[in-house]
Design a binder for this molecule. Sequence first.
Ligand code: BG6
Length: 471
Amino acid sequence: MSFPKNFLWGGAVAANQCEGAYQEDGKGLDIQDILPHGFSSPPTAEPTSGNLKLKAIDFYHHYKEDIKLFAEMGFKVFRTSIAWSRIYPHGDDLEPNEAGLRFYDDLFAECHKYGIEPLVTISHYETPLHLAKKYNGWASHELIGFYERYVRTLFARYKDTVKYWLTFNEINSVLHVPLTSGGIMTPKKQLSLQDLFQACHHEFVASAKATKLAHEMMPDAKIGCMILAMPIYPLTPAPDDIIAVMKADHFNDFFGDMHARGIYPGYMKRFFRENGIELKTTEEELRLLRENTVDFISFSYYMSICEGTSGQAGIGNILGGKKNPYLKDSEWGWQIDPQGLRYILNKYYDRWQKPLFIVENGLGAKDELCRDEAGDLTVNDDYRIAYLRDHLRAVNEAIEDGVPVMGYTSWGCIDLVSASTAQMSKRYGYIYVDRNDDGSGTLKRYCKKSFYWYRDVIHTNGACLTAGKTR
Ligand code: BG6
């Protein structure tokens, strides 16, 4: 196994899926507070008691205990997001909320206590609700200014404690789940292509501004974009299927192209022309995009999908597609494809020639608590170990192929609330949290079998993945 010596092993979460404390210490509401059933169901008018995210796993009060467990596994990096509405409760406030800033001071200090580098997502599906209601989220150009103010505050405060930054979680998802991803209240069916691509443009400009500011304010920091990666395979070798794949790929690669190359690609200009889309922009914005490309590309990877003129619709992580007859499904219908990770790492590096960071990957599965030999509660999650092991072997293959991979943070390193379905029972963690879909549970934490397995992986810098040394 040839993982680089300084490979950043770790885990990832997002504030809205783990912190809870949705109104504590001056936090304002965000869009997740009104999405009790995930992103496919309509929002509620107010936060409702059935919304698990309001309390989530109460990471806000348990973070010391949780980070200690991450340190026991040997994490080098911990990815989390900052909840924008803890810092600017309405999003358009003039002054930040000191109590919110202090929470993240403490959280990052706790990470550093164990030598864990924080990796921060600036915006992870948690736009302040006020920005969604008053401005229609990223559909509005005004969001760029509010985001810039927020980002400036973060960089000024955390420049000495946070080295790795991501501008928007899964930025390409805004085309598919505009409320969750972009805080856009207008129902998707009523949004025109013009509205959607204009919103993308606003996020690109905001991302470039953040990149410029990061480079000016924190010369040693690294800032990247974050893409939902889902390799698309042709259903058949029919040329029509190949072209269908190419076209579907364009709508994802576009987001990396904008961040790595800084110019609108020809295929998108054609799409805009043929669909009557005229982006409102300025020379200054276009220059900003060109001159401020990212330091690295990060992405989530859970599954691949197919495209073609025939075939049966598949269930995808946000992006749709056709089912692959050669792959097995997870309990939630996501098709498991470790080789797709090697494929996408190679593809992204060939295309963008930037270091890559896998910031999400994992298996959402139902877990059952049981007793181990010592009588302690645990979960025998061999299925999760198998999933992660196969994906990490694929990462290693890509490294052997010459792809520079900075690190790997598996998703939901501690159980948290699912983004798509808002369930607790869709668990990803190495650490089980006693909370159920009906909200009951003690919130106690238990180490699963995968906890000890991942500890060995990190401890051996991946060598045990081939040695078959699993506990
Ligand atoms: C990604 C998101 O799409 O997938 C995460 O960035 C999310 O927020 C993860 O939790 C897994 O999806 P789900 O729906 O199983 O929680």
